[in-house]
Structures are given as structure tokens and as C-alpha cells.
Design a protein around this ligand. Structure first.
Ligand SMILES: Nc1ncnc2c1ncn2[C@@H]1O[C@H](COP(=O)(O)OP(=O)(O)OP(=O)(O)O)[C@@H](O)[C@H]1O
Ligand SMILES: Nc1ccn([C@@H]2O[C@H](COP(=O)(O)O)[C@@H](O)[C@H]2O)c(=O)n1
Length: 467
């Protein structure tokens, strides 16, 4: 089981040297040399130890962590747990460092068969329904920022580990359960999160709570390295839950990440990625390459894209695939979790891109037919299938605010400058929310991840030498 911090090593490798994400790190995954062993995934299964059957779901307020965690637990037949619930319960009983009540987290089977969490603080018992909504959140936030409470709450949460799987939702779930099989950072843009929050209890998103959660020193809201970043803005709960269940199966080795590749005539297994001819509807993503691309080049491209796609994203283009160095595409250089900041122009210049199946499905035409994707030329005609799919990605910018280009700064200064720019942008809700930031390829990966968490709506372009 890989517990490694993937960004600290060579891109795509965990401590044991296996690729993180799309093959399991328990030693039985596919390796180089698997090529052509089509069919190996059938019945191929890596046993997952009980301790590793933990999925973490983190993300900003109102994105749907609780609803998605419960839905995923129901689908997998696992229990689910909420970190925020414990802090909310403590806030509700008016816990203080002097009172130090006992905290116990347990489960109760709901009418629909799901094992829901129950939090006992002293002699009071809370279920999620009693704690939902924004009412109790501010007291929760101030307790949650304290290291002493974190220690106690985290111990209570870990005490809830049982045989069988556990889906844990909440801030820093991954820090509390570092052994997790899969950590998900659930995202939705601000307007959608506001809509979801209002639908729960009529309340508004609280920017102060979110900003506090982002900027505090310990257990801050941010994307943890290696997390699957799933942008749920345009997906139903059902699609998000089904997708995450598939990603759990991939992480546990029960299923292989599958890419449908244009121009490929037969199924091939390459570097652990199952590549199937374009058009296969069960693929996790579709890779479009320009007409006439050599199969070998398309397969190298597939592996490079898969590396990024397993970490989430809407549409991915990994830049020039160099013949001699297929393992060093542009995106790998930063271990980017998603490249949604790449502009449409950039994408068009590269003329190949990969799209998760769920994005393609969003772009069915009125008769329900799936779009036909062909590699874009520099002029994509408006209304064409490719145009619809590219526009179906939420990130194509409508407007742009330019913060100072920071490409020549070393990482520390870079982060300082970004923090300043972000602070300005976030403290003025009327200001444009998008930033055009140019980064050099030497960008420290953690800074990139931090940036994503701090300002996910940004357009980030990568300049400087590729490779
Ligand atoms: N596509 C969707 N994905 C996820 N949730 C959705 C979606 N559409 C609607 N919702 C609803 O949005 C609400 C999100 O609230 P929920 O409490 O789950 O969010 P949360 O991230 O846990 O919030 P908080 O951090 O404030 O506790 C739920 O009622 C959920 O059913
Ligand atoms: N690790 C955590 C988790 C949550 N909190 C605080 O509790 C608030 C409520 O959490 P929800 O996920 O239920 O919204 C949240 O805003 C956090 O401030 C925490 O401090 N640490």
C-alpha cells in the first residue's frame, strides 16, 4: 500500500517504486513488460487490507462532502464518518479546554441500511441531522483550529476504525487517516457551492469561515499531494458517487484505468494503462490524437495522460511527448493534479487532449448521441463536437484578471507573491476571480497544489522551457 508523498519523488512513483494511482502499490500491479498481455485485468485483484479500506473526501464548504461520502459508503457497503460533525457537536455543547468532555464516535444503522456516524460528547449524542447546516459551524471552526482539540478529536475519529471500509469526509481527513487508499478533493465552483448550501438550510456560503479554514496553520483546507481532484460542478451526485466508486476500484487494483485512444486498432496494455480503441463506452477517459498519429506515439501519450487523469481533472493535455523521453511530459514535471488552467489556445496548438468519460457524456447532443471527437485544428468551428466538448469543460475562462507574472521567482518568493495577489483577489468579492499567472517549470509541486487550493478558478499558464 502506497502511503508515500508522490510529489516528493520522481513523478508517478511511490516509495516502493510503483506508479502511484493507477496501479496498486502492493506489489502485484502491472509493470513495463505487460505490453500486449491483454485481458490480464479480468479477475485481477489485489487484496486490500482492512486498515487500507479508508477513503478520504475533503473539499471546501458546501461542495457536498457529507452527501457524497454517505452516497459512496452506501454504494460500497462501508461506514462513513464526518470530521466536521465532531467539531460541530463540540461547538454545540459549548466545549472549552476546561470542560474536556469525553468524545466517542460510533455508528448506527439508518432505515436505508447505511451505517451513519453518531458522535457522543459527554452525555449528549448527536446524529448528522442534528448538526447539519451552517448553524453550528463557526464554533466548530474555532475549536478546529486548536492543536489540542485536533489531537483529541483525531484520536476519537481513529477510534472509530472498524473492520470493513470507512469513508471519511472533512477537512484534513487525509492527515488523520494517512493510510487511506484514496484521498479525494471534491471541488465545485463558488456559485454552485452557494446553490448547494442554500438548498440545505437556506443559508449563504460563509467566505470568512472558508478563508479561516484555508489560511490557518494546522489542518488547513488545501489539496493534499496525491489527491484525486474531482470537479463536481456540472455533475449530479449520482455521477460523482459512481465515478468515485470506480476510482476506488482502480486504487484497490480491482479495475484498471482504461483509456480509449483514437487511431488504436486493438486493445493494448501499456505501463499498467489499459488502452482500447476509440469509442469504447466503458473507458475512464478518451484520448484524442491528430489523424495519422503513430500507434506507438499514441500509446506513449496515453500513458502520460493517464498519469494526470487518475489525479482528476476535466480535460488534460500533457504537452509535447518527446520520442526519447516519454516519461517526462510537461505535466509530469510539476506532478500537476489537473491542468484545467491551460488555455484553449494552448490546447489547440497541441492538438491532442484527453477527456474523462463523464465530460464527454455531458456533451451528448439533444438526441442523446455522444459527440465524435477528432483532434482539433487551430480553427475549431463553433458548434462542432470538439468545440462543444472543450466548452463543456468548466474551466475555459470567460474573463481574466492579470496578477503580476511571477515566472522568474524562486519558489519561496513565488509563493509570497501569489499569496499577496490571492489575498487581494479573495478579500474583494467583486474583483475578477481568475488570475493569469505564468509559472516557470521549476515550480515546486507543493506550491502548485497550494495554489490550486487557494484559487481553483485560476487560469494558470506554464511558460518557459518544457520537458
Ligand atoms: N452534484 C452534487 N454533488 C454533491 N452534492 C450535491 C449535488 N447536487 C446537490 N447536492 C447537495 O448539496 C448539499 C451539499 O451539502 P453537504 O453538507 O453535503 O456539503 P459539505 O461539503 O459537507 O458542506 P459543509 O462543509 O458545509 O458541511 C447536499 O444536500 C447535497 O445533496
Ligand atoms: N478537521 C477539521 C474539520 C472541520 N473543522 C471545522 O468544522 C467546521 C464544520 O465542518 P464541516 O465539514 O461539517 O462544514 C469547518 O468549517 C471547520 O472549520 C475543523 O476545524 N477541522
Amino acid at each position: 500500500m502506497c502511503q508515500g508523498d508522490a510529489v516528493a519523488r520522481r513523478p508517478g512513483e511511490c516509495v516502493t517504486g510503483h506508479r502511484a494511482g493507477w496501479w496498486p502499490c502492493s506489489g502485484r500491479g502491472a509493470r513495463r513488460g505487460d505490453e500486449g498481455r491483454v485481458g490480464a485485468p479480468a479477475g485481477w485483484r489485489t487484496p486490500v487490507t482492512a486498515a487500507a479500506r479508508v477513503i478520504c473526501v475533503d473539499g471546501p464548504n458546501g461542495v457536498g462532502k457529507t452527501a457524497v461520502a454517505r452516497g459512496l459508503a452506501a454504494r460500497l457497503g462501508w461506514r462513513w464518518l464526518s470530521v466536521g460533525m465532531v467539531y460541530r457537536a463540540l461547538g454545540l455543547v459549548g466545549a472549552t479546554s476546561m470542560s474536556a468532555p469525553e468524545i466517542v464516535v460510533d455508528f448506527v444503522r439508518a432505515a436505508d441500511g447505511v451505517n451513519d456516524p453518531v458522535v457522543r460528547v459527554g452525555d449528549q449524542t448527536f446524529t448528522e441531522g442534528k448538526l447539519a447546516g451552517s448553524r453550528t459551524a463557526n464554533a466548530a471552526a474555532s475549536l478546529g483550529a486548536s492543536a489540542a482539540w485536533q489531537t483529541r478529536v483525531n484520536a476519537a475519529l481513529r477510534g472509530a476504525l472498524r473492520d470493513g471500509g470507512l469513508v471519511v469526509e472533512g477537512r484534513a481527513a487525509r492527515e488523520i487517516f494517512p493510510e487511506a487508499l484514496l484521498a479525494v478533493y471534491l471541488w465545485a465552483d463558488r456559485a454552485e457551492r452557494a446553490r448547494r448550501t442554500a438548498a440545505v438550510d437556506g443559508s449563504a456560503l460563509d467566505p470568512a469561515r472558508e478563508s479561516g479554514d484555508r489560511h490557518r496553520a494546522l489542518e488547513a483546507l488545501r489539496v493534499r499531494p496525491g489527491a484525486l481532484v474531482w470537479n463536481s460542478t456540472r455533475f449530479t451526485m449520482g455521477t460523482t458517487v459512481a465515478t468515485l466508486a470506480e476510482r476506488v476500484a482502480i486504487a484497490s487494483g480491482e479495475r484498471r484505468f482504461t483509456l480509449a485512444v483514437s487511431g488504436l486498432e486493438r486493445e493494448v496494455l501499456r505501463d499498467g494503462v489499459r488502452c482500447v480503441p476509440y469509442g469504447a463506452l466503458d473507458a475512464d477517459a478518451h484520448l484524442v490524437t491528430p489523424r495519422g498519429t503513430e500507434p506507438g506515439t499514441a500509446l506513449r501519450s496515453a500513458v502520460a495522460h493517464a498519469d494526470v487523469l487518475v489525479a482528476g481533472s476535466d480535460i488534460v493535455s500533457v504537452g509535447t511527448i518527446r520520442g526519447a523521453s516519454p516519461t517526462q511530459p510537461l505535466m509530469d514535471a510539476t506532478r500537476w493534479p489537473a491542468n484545467r488552467w491551460l488555455s484553449s489556445d494552448w490546447l489547440l496548438q497541441h492538438r491532442h487532449f484527453a477527456v474523462p468519460r463523464q465530460v464527454v457524456e455531458l456533451c451528448r447532443d439533444p438526441t442523446g448521441a455522444l459527440p465524435t471527437l477528432t483532434a482539433p485544428s487551430a480553427t475549431v468551428s463553433p458548434g462542432s463536437d470538439v468545440d462543444r466538448v472543450l466548452r463543456g469543460a468548466w474551466w475555459i475562462p470567460q474573463r481574466l484578471a492579470v496578477v503580476p507574472a511571477v515566472d522568474v521567482l524562486p519558489p519561496r518568493q513565488f509563493q509570497g507573491r501569489l499569496a499577496q495577489a490571492l489575498h487581494l483577489a479573495q478579500s474583494d468579492p467583486e474583483s475578477a476571480s481568475l488570475a493569469d499567472v505564468r509559472v516557470s517549470r521549476g515550480l515546486e509541486p507543493r506550491t502548485a497544489l497550494w495554489f490550486l487550493a487557494a484559487m481553483p478558478e485560476s487560469l494558470l499558464s506554464i511558460s518557459g522551457e518544457e520537458g
